[in-house]
Design a protein. Structure first.
Length: 229
């Protein structure tokens, strides 16, 4: 896990983002890497099926195609080939850069929290010019709450039911985008507080959310002042 602590005096609000199928469409690159792995190992991998269920850790997917004693080897091979096969074909999803920029425009911090191997995630972000303040990799579902709490994230944005669970475990608002394997209704049913079609709607939503938070803060300050009087 790649994780750096937020400075103790940094009181800015923080928004967490998932990576695969939230900020980036990594399906073409991941498919290419799986095809290479299948050819390299002589293993029959249903690449379309594997790519259709992105989200969980790599080990969980490879366990469908390799015996337990070979999963670690398969992971090492996959990761060794990933930079050459997966980075160039991957694209930013609509609104991804703008979503991260919107957080900063309002004075906040953007943190990417992903199940993807940290070094691989960093290659994608650098290649696509997406610049979060922090990156935490190798975290899945409720495990993402570790980084979200560490960075004080009040919102977590993701496309998977596991992302909803991670946000809930961290006590963060779950904002779901229907750009992955689940539709908006499924994400809401799983506990998402907000469901958006994609990240193009996120900046406007965030402005409204922050305006409401500031109003609530002003009301709380007023109530406290009245109580002191």
């Amino acid at each position: 896990m790649t994780l750096r602590s937020r400075p103790a005096d940094d009181a800015r609000f923080t928004v967490g983002f998932d990576l695969d199928m939230t900020l980036i469409d990594s399906r073409p690159g991941i498919a290419a890497t799986y095809r290479w792995l299948a050819a390299e190992t002589g293993t029959d991998i249903d690449v379309d099926l594997a790519v259709s269920r992105l989200g969980p850790p790599l080990a969980q997917e490879l366990a469908h195609w390799f015996p337990e004693e070979r999963v670690a080897e398969a992971i090492a091979l996959y990761r060794s080939a990933y930079p050459a096969h997966a980075i160039a074909p991957t694209t930013a999803l609509p609104g991804a850069r703008e979503a991260v920029a919107a957080v900063r425009a309002l004075g906040g911090r953007a943190v990417v929290v992903t199940a993807k191997h940290g070094p691989s995630a960093r290659l994608h972000l650098d290649h696509l010019g997406i610049e979060p303040d922090e990156l935490a990799g190798d975290l899945w579902a409720e495990g993402k709450a570790v980084a979200l709490r560490e960075h004080g994230a009040s919102v977590y944005v993701g496309d998977h039911l596991g992302d909803v669970r991670g946000a809930r475990a961290a006590g963060a608002l779950s904002v779901a985008v229907a750009t992955g394997p689940y539709g908006a209704d499924e994400l809401r049913a799983a506990g998402a507080d907000v469901a958006l079609a994609d990240l193009t709607a996120f900046p406007r939503w965030l402005r409204g959310y922050r305006a409401g938070a500031e109003e609530d803060g002003a009301e709380d300050d007023g109530a406290a002042a009245e109580a002191r009087a």
